[in-house]
Design a binder for this molecule. Structure first.
Ligand code: DX5
Ligand code: ZN
Length: 220
């Protein structure tokens, strides 16, 4: 039983006609974080939700809002997401002219800093900022859509990051995001992930039994 594993269900796979109720159900089902996928139709070819919706959803749960910004530009919106109630604000280094400035901006609003690496993006993009980062989101699908197939080629990157974090004794959550299911979750944990994002598996498997699916993933 891996008790230090956190589960961050992605609401991209939730019923958008009743997002508030869906988040309450995830909270009751034992989710550690709520993964909010923000897409702008520019950085990724899809559009989802923005700060106004997050602000309306904030009061329904005390659980951590793990906000994944797939947007470009990103700096001009950090304030809005921080004020809307995001707890962790994760951005893509390719979406900003200065990774360091975006990190500092998120910190200015006293939020936890997450940096996301797309499947083909290298650790070198973030290596020199690790001491200022709270979470690294390793994507195991190309950003933009739920329900895609897990890309196992990202596991060596996860292993390398885990090695660096351990050797340098850094306090960084390693989150994997994309195509996580009951077959590959153990591989992701063994490679070093301690936070699993999952959308379609949590909402669709076992007739949508959220509590069962969350605990199955956690005990991978
Ligand atoms: C994809 C998002 C992921 C996705 C996860 O761009 O960042 O969070 O919604 O959904 P599944 O688990 O269905 O791949
Ligand atoms: Zn995501």
């Amino acid at each position: 039983m891996s008790s230090n594993i956190k589960i961050s269900p992605s609401i991209l796979s939730a019923d958008f006609s009743k997002l508030g109720e869906e988040i309450i159900s995830l909270d009751k089902a034992g989710a550690d974080y709520i993964h909010v996928d923000v897409m702008d139709g520019h950085f990724v070819p899809n559009i989802t939700i923005g700060p106004e919706i997050i602000k309306k959803l904030r009061p329904v749960t005390k659980k951590t809002f793990d906000v994944h910004l797939m947007i470009e530009p990103v700096d001009k919106y950090i304030k809005d997401f921080a004020n809307a109630g995001a707890d962790i604000i994760t951005f893509h280094p390719e979406a900003t002219p200065s990774t360091e400035e975006t990190i500092n901006l998120i910190k200015k609003f006293n939020k936890k800093v997450g940096v996301s690496l797309k499947p083909k993006s290298d650790i070198s993009l973030i290596e020199k900022y690790l001491k200022k980062i709270d979470l690294i989101l390793v994507m195991s699908v190309e950003p933009g859509f739920a329900g895609q197939k897990f890309m196992p080629d990202v596991l060596p990157k996860l292993k390398k990051l885990k090695e660096i974090i351990t050797n340098e004794n850094l306090k960084i959550d390693l989150e994997i995001d994309g195509g996580i299911n009951f077959e590959n979750s153990k591989d992701a944990i063994n490679a070093g992930a301690n936070v699993l994002v999952s959308g379609s598996t949590i909402f669709k498997q076992n007739n949508g039994d959220l509590k069962k699916n969350i605990s199955l993933l956690r005990s991978s």
